[in-house]
Design a protein around this ligand. Sequence first.
Ligand SMILES: *[C@@H]1O[C@H](CO)[C@@H](O)[C@H](O)[C@H]1NC(C)=O
Ligand SMILES: *[C@@H]1O[C@H](CO)[C@@H](O)[C@H](O)[C@H]1NC(C)=O
Ligand SMILES: *[C@@H]1O[C@H](CO)[C@@H](O)[C@H](O)[C@H]1NC(C)=O
Ligand SMILES: *[C@@H]1O[C@H](CO)[C@@H](O)[C@H](O)[C@H]1NC(C)=O
Length: 311
Amino acid sequence: MGLQFRSLTMLVLLIWFFRWPLIEAQTPARSLDAILQDYAYRAFVRPHTGIPYDGFPPSNLSGIHISVIRLRSGSLYTRGVPSYKEFTIPIGVLEQPYVERLVLVYQNLGNWSTTYYPLPGYIYLSPIIGLLAYDASNLSAKNLPELSLRATEEPISIEFPQVDRVPDGSLARCIWFDLNGNINFTNLVSGRKCETFEQGHFSIVIESAAAPSPAPTPPPPPPPPPRHGGNGNGKRVGIIVGSVAGGILLLILLALLVLWIWRLNKKKKMNKMEKAADSGEALQMTAVGSTKAPAATTTRTQPTLETEYVP
Ligand SMILES: *[C@@H]1O[C@H](CO)[C@@H](O)[C@H](O)[C@H]1NC(C)=O
Ligand SMILES: *[C@@H]1O[C@H](CO)[C@@H](O)[C@H](O)[C@H]1NC(C)=O
Ligand SMILES: *[C@@H]1O[C@H](CO)[C@@H](O)[C@H](O)[C@H]1NC(C)=O
Ligand SMILES: *[C@@H]1O[C@H](CO)[C@@H](O)[C@H](O)[C@H]1NC(C)=O
């Protein structure tokens, strides 16, 4: 029985272990980052350091613009990048962990912004723009983890080129999505300009006046994490497949549990039956021959243990 219990525990642990990555399935926005990293890196053909190159996203994502620039880490820190698309990167920007050269991938999600960054209760006045840092040591690498990028002196600034007109009475704010799906709102520093100390995805938003209320209402509760509700079909399917697989595993576990309990019960029953048989034998002996009766009572005091299962 100890053996069975141990294997059962092992099974439970195994199922938990394999369940983990399924639950942690990437959100649509994060898998988009991975796709765009791959396609952006393809723009590097004998690249010069410090020169931006435009890339081409896959055709099923047309409308998105991507670009890459490769930099020496030291030059990024001491000189910054005065102009990279909408970004102005000041001196003092550090990556973590340290790499000798890094790549900045630029994304402009265009008409895909609300698909990948749905934000109920708000309206984007500009497409989502992203800036992500990666190691430059292998320019054919895919699924690279992002480096963490931090401005240690001045903030990085973003000047949005086209911003929809802000309706009267609405307050435009900068929005920043970090790579974990957290959202931060900050004030614009000027008409079309936002600032950040870290990488991520940025835009300008206003609250949507879906329910027009003349009285000033308190700001709505923070919107739910937007990265779960997206329509990235690929990842949706991934999550569904994950849940189905998890469900099947759970069913298997349940079946095994039932089987285990059933076998345990059976064993108990058999033990009982054996005991019953022992006493039954004694009784039978008394029934068959009355002469044997006294002998039977003496043997009955010694229950046999020879068939006992040895763990
Ligand atoms: C677009 O195509 C690429 C490669 O062809 C694929 O990896 C990706 O999942 C597709 N994306 C969407 C949103 O369908
Ligand atoms: C964005 O626009 C392109 C054409 O420029 C189109 O192919 C694509 O389907 C659009 N994406 C969305 C999410 O509407
Ligand atoms: C670079 O990445 C590609 C794709 O992951 C891999 O096949 C290749 O071996 C890597 N090259 C080096 C030098 O690490
Ligand atoms: C983001 O916002 C949260 C609360 O909304 C705040 O605690 C946090 O410090 C902010 N992060 C940055 C980097 O501004």
